[in-house]
Design a protein around this ligand. Structure first.
Ligand SMILES: *Cc1c(COP(=O)(O)O)cnc(C)c1O
Length: 481
């Protein structure tokens, strides 16, 4: 009997191994084919959403399909998916494919741990703690500081607002919001701020939008004035959200002067560095977040400037007490062993949590802090190339400023959305548009550190040729819209 069971166990293990090997081979083949195709065709064929279900077989049925049909359906899907790692993707605030980070993320999938306890994640807990510790060290914070990972910058911003709310009134966690709390952010900040105000019970109507200067940076004097008025009207100002790299212009709000205002009123100060907070790693550009050691919390997305796969968002808090106050809940079915230091669920927004730290660790381990600095610096170098091109050509108007990796411009007076949409539908380039004040413009983001200067020059060449070949149509469309 026992012999039989062992034998069956052996067969089972062997079968699993064989299936996994088979899967890895398939994966390997599919990835190779994709990479080869990407090198020839950096933009996937455009599939209009209205034709999606006729173009691809996405249907799910009672019966499974043959292995052959399965592979065919998967390959078609993969090949028609937008290619975010190529030198033709400038659409969002991420891009590229960093192989060291990818290796870490693939391992996280294979290992499939959940980061709430040491019992379930073991040494992976150490990986996360080491990353967070080093980030705090770079800021200049001591052992009192700590942090965590969350699924994206919207969520790390949410965590900051919850900590600010609870720090302002520690009864809210039990009794709900009863005072008229207000939060302050610039007009140029991310849309997650009003959403988070709704989630946290503070309310969208209690978000105050502070005006920015002509370069998109929050005006501290205006902030101070709005706070004064709110206090006079019986509101309770609890936090300021600053942005390190605004979504459109890539501007950096001033930290030091706003810290003084927050101190005056006992307010929490958060810096949303989802886009460009990673300048922390660069000696050359760290000055853009001068005063970062003075804030209460700071978040950044390693999946933006540092190029790890999505998502890899970190929040650190100067005093870890606030993380515990807002996010811990005792759960005897979960926290059964080891000191709380190693049970990271106690400072998390989530219960089960993906291992997002490993991909950042594999990258950091392999290139060092100096390598991360190089990644950041290179993006600013690429931005200089793009700005020079725009400045040196009278057909362009520039709307963004130096020391930003967002280059905002218009070309030959053609509406930005007309050019961007046509480039997308013709599968030429993926680039987006944005607005500041009255102006709408194309926003080129040099966030893919795998690009070289030639890739940026090529972007302009492709766009200029495209406009030349389609000028009549583009102008006609713009008068229609
Ligand atoms: C991208 C971004 C966010 C949101 O981050 P997600 O990871 O997409 O949720 C928040 N704030 C700013 C400034 C951003 O650029």
């Amino acid at each position: 009997m026992l012999k039989n069971a062992l034998y069956l166990g052996f067969i089972k293990t062997f079968e699993n191994l064989f299936c996994m090997q088979n899967t890895l081979e398939k994966f390997d083949r599919l990835v190779r084919e994709l990479l080869e195709d990407e090198s020839k065709q950096p933009v996937a064929d455009f599939v209009p959403s209205g034709e999606l279900y006729n173009t691809l077989d996405l249907s799910l049925n009672e019966e499974g399909v043959s292995e052959e049909a399965f592979e065919k359906a998967l390959k078609e899907l993969v090949f028609k998916t937008p290619r975010t790692a190529t030198n033709a993707f400038f659409n969002q605030l991420f891009g590229g494919r960093n192989e060291k980070a990818i290796l870490g993320d693939l391992m996280a999938v294979i290992l499939n741990n959940s980061m709430y306890t040491y019992k379930a994640a073991g040494p992976q807990i150490g990986v996360e703690k080491v990353v967070l510790r080093e980030v705090c060290n770079l800021i200049g914070w001591d052992d009192n500081a700590d942090g965590t990972f969350a699924p994206g910058g919207s969520m790390t911003n949410y965590m900051s607002m919850l900590m600010a709310r609870d720090a302002a009134d520690n009864k809210v966690r039990y009794e709900g919001v009863s005072s008229k709390m207000t939060v302050y952010t610039s007009k140029e900040s991310h849309y997650s701020i009003p959403k988070n105000a709704a989630f946290s019970g503070i309310g969208r109507d209690n978000v105050r939008y502070v005006p920015s200067d002509s370069e998109g940076k929050m005006l501290p004097d205006a902030l101070a004035e709005i706070i004064q008025k709110d206090i006079a009207d019986g509101f309770k100002p609890i936090m300021v959200n600053l942005t390190a790299g605004t979504t459109v212009l890539g501007a950096f709000d001033p930290i030091r002067s706003v810290r003084e205002i927050c101190d005056k009123h006992g307010m929490w100060l958060h810096v949303d560095g989802a886009y460009c907070g990673s300048v922390l790693f660069s000696d050359k550009y760290k000055h853009l977040i001068d005063g970062i050691e003075l804030v209460d919390s700071f978040s950044f997305n390693a999946h933006k400037m540092l190029g790890t796969p999505l998502s890899c968002s970190i929040i650190v808090s100067k005093n870890k007490k606030h993380l515990h106050d807002s996010f811990s809940n005792d759960a005897s079915y979960l926290y059964q062993t080891d000191h709380d230091e190693f049970n990271l669920g106690k400072t998390s927004l989530q219960c089960g949590r993906r291992n997002d730290a490993l991909k950042f660790w594999t990258l950091w381990k392999s290139v060092g802090t100096k390598g991360l600095a190089k990644i950041v610096d290179h993006q600013f170098d690429l931005a200089d190339v793009a700005r020079d091109h725009v400045r040196n050509n009278p057909d362009y108007t520039l709307y963004s400023y130096d020391e930003s990796i967002s280059i905002c411009f218009n070309y030959k007076g053609i509406p930005a959305r007309t050019i961007c949409t046509a480039l997308y539908e013709q599968a030429e380039l993926l680039v987006g548009y944005g607005a500041f004040g009255e102006d709408e413009f194309i926003r080129l983001v040099t966030i893919n550190a795998q690009n070289e200067k030639e890739d940026i020059t090529q972007f302009f060449e492709i766009m200029e040729r495209f406009v030349e070949e389609n000028e009549a149509v583009l102008l006609q469309e713009s008068t229609h819209s």
